[in-house]
Ligand binder design. Structure first.
Ligand SMILES: [Zn+2]
Length: 108
């Protein structure tokens, strides 16, 4: 379910070193009013929804935060998986459970 909220996006930008186009807060995908949703962005956020579900949500955010602090946003395994596969519209149909684990050490 997609929500449009500049307030939520601005709140999370306080803590993020990047400009946020969208953020996935299970079960919602929150986007700013300036964000134009496209298939690639939607797929990226859907990959995060799947990751959050399989991690039972709260542990996802804990791990995401820890990895983000120590490795930086682009090196978070959840982000590496999402960026590597966002253009593949069939990815979620073939994705294996806990697929982000193989991105934990993989360098790009
Ligand atoms: Zn992402």
């Amino acid at each position: 379910m997609i929500l449009r909220s500049d307030l939520l996006i601005k709140f999370f930008e306080i803590f993020a070193p990047i400009k946020i186009r969208a953020i996935t807060l299970f079960p919602f995908i929150v986007i700013s009013s300036q964000t134009k949703m496209d298939d690639v962005l939607l797929n990226h956020e859907r990959i995060h929804l799947r990751q959050q579900l399989e991690m039972l949500i709260i542990p996802f955010y804990i791990l995401y935060l820890i990895e983000g602090i120590f490795k930086g946003y682009r090196n978070i395994s959840f982000e590496k998986e999402a960026f590597a596969n966002e253009a593949d519209q069939g990815y979620l149909r073939k994705r294996k459970l806990f697929a982000f684990v193989k991105y934990y050490r993989k360098k790009y």
